[in-house]
Design a protein around this ligand. Structure first.
Ligand code: NAD
Ligand code: TDX
Length: 342
């Protein structure tokens, strides 16, 4: 099995590559990654060079993309498309890289897969559906209308639409997955959970946007990647699969769990974290109904205890400072330009 994994030096992609190398001895992977600020070559550095090749290039570069996809001729070969600009806060400050990577990049991948009749799995997000009220009994399903809020989610929605059009118009052999918020090892410290963990590990105070009432539906990255592999193996072409682990928590709840697990706060007036300026246009709540994915593909999340998953994630960051320390100060300096303690 030969796989081209775009964005394979980022958080979810690197975990995917590591899992495939461990569990599929017959697999050869080519990582296509432009090595943006979000990539970390250390996430792949210990993997065997004869099984994982890293090509540093932009997936929107049609010549490069075409050349790599042309080599996928076996019946189980595929492109797994993780590459994207992924951080909402950055998309508010500078939207263009999101249009370029998420839309133009996906277009180039689609055209290469069309030319060479190669199977594609496109990795997307629940954010394409917009947000829910806190008390809305309905969760997102594959039928929920797209209603993205930020430049990030709008460009992911655009990329999903391109994939659907290529399936319908050109018979492209593709599947899509829309997953909820991931956490786990190798996640960039700009994101909520690793930011708070590494703030505490470096003597900084954790930062909660607004009141912390916003709800995210957390899933461990290993569960997400297990679903992606299952879709590659058993997914029906042309279908969209929703991936989530019923992990809804308010940001305040997650923050309190992290602080408790790491011994922050004094148990009295000081909760151990600061409330800061809210994100403009901040989506209130995401929630995924993954029942069809579970029933049809026999996939089940294994990390169903968020507290235990967080404990393991905290341990990982504690034991891998070399992986995150080099970028931590820069990330915090950037946040400090706009963020104010409330
Ligand atoms: P990430 O930002 O950690 O990694 C993205 C990777 O893509 C980086 O290595 C980056 O260098 C690479 N990249 C960006 N633009 C590129 C381009 N033009 N060409 C080649 N490589 C490029 O993101 P992540 O959190 O690992 O997310 C991976 C995918 O999963 C994204 O498509 C994202 O939308 C989706 N997703 C993420 C989450 C989440 O919670 N993180 C949830 C659901 C879906
Ligand atoms: O310091 C923070 N404090 C805070 O309260 C940060 C960085 C975030 N937050 C809040 C904002 C969100 O409500 O925490 C929540 C999670 O924030 P992010 O980690 O930025 O994730 P989110 O915006 O929900 O998007 C994530 O999940 C869906 C990924 O970044 C996307 O790529 C994915 O599609």
């Amino acid at each position: 099995m030969r796989l081209v994994v775009t964005g394979g030096a980022g958080f979810i992609g690197a975990n995917f590559v590591r899992t495939v190398v461990r569990d599929h001895p017959d697999a050869h992977l080519t990582v296509l990654d432009s090595m943006t600020y979000a990539a970390n070559s250390a996430s792949l550095a210990d993997l065997p060079a004869d099984r994982v090749e890293v090509v540093e290039a932009d997936c929107a570069d049609q010549a490069v993309t075409d050349g790599l996809v042309a080599g996928l001729t076996g019946p189980r070969d595929a492109v797994v498309h993780f590459a994207a600009e992924s951080h909402n806060d950055n998309s508010l400050a500078a939207p263009w890289p999101f249009v370029h990577s998420n839309i133009v990049g996906t277009y180039a991948i689609l055209e290469a897969c069309r030319r060479h009749d190669v199977r594609l799995h496109h990795v997307s997000t629940d954010e394409v559906y917009g947000d829910l009220e806190l008390d809305d009994p309905a969760k997102f399903t594959p039928e929920t209308a797209y209603n993205p809020s930020s430049p990030y989610s709008a460009t992911k929605a655009g990329s999903d639409m391109l994939v659907r059009a290529w399936v319908r118009s050109f018979g492209l052999r593709a599947t899509i997955s829309n997953c909820s918020n991931n956490y786990g090892p190798y996640q960039h410290v700009e994101k909520f959970i690793p930011r708070q963990i590494t703030n505490l590990l470096t003597g900084r105070r954790p930062r909660l946007y607004g009141s912390g009432a916003n709800v995210r539906d957390w899933i461990h990255v290993h569960d997400h990647n297990a679903a992606v592999l299952r879709i590659l193996e058993r997914g029906e072409l042309g279908r969209t699969y929703l991936v989530g682990a019923d992990g809804e928590r308010s940001n305040l709840q997650v923050m309190q769990m992290i602080c408790e697990l790491m011994g922050a706060g004094d148990g009295g007036d000081d909760p151990g974290f600061d409330h800061v300026t809210d994100r403009p246009g901040h989506d209130l709540r995401y929630a995924i109904d993954a029942s069809r994915t579970r029933e049809e593909l026999g996939w089940e999340p294994r990390y169903t205890d968020l507290r235990e998953g967080l404990r393991q994630t905290i341990d990982w960051y504690r034991h891998h400072p070399d992986w995150w320390e080099p970028v931590k100060a820069r990330v915090e300096a950037r946040y400090a330009q706009t963020e104010r303690v409330l």
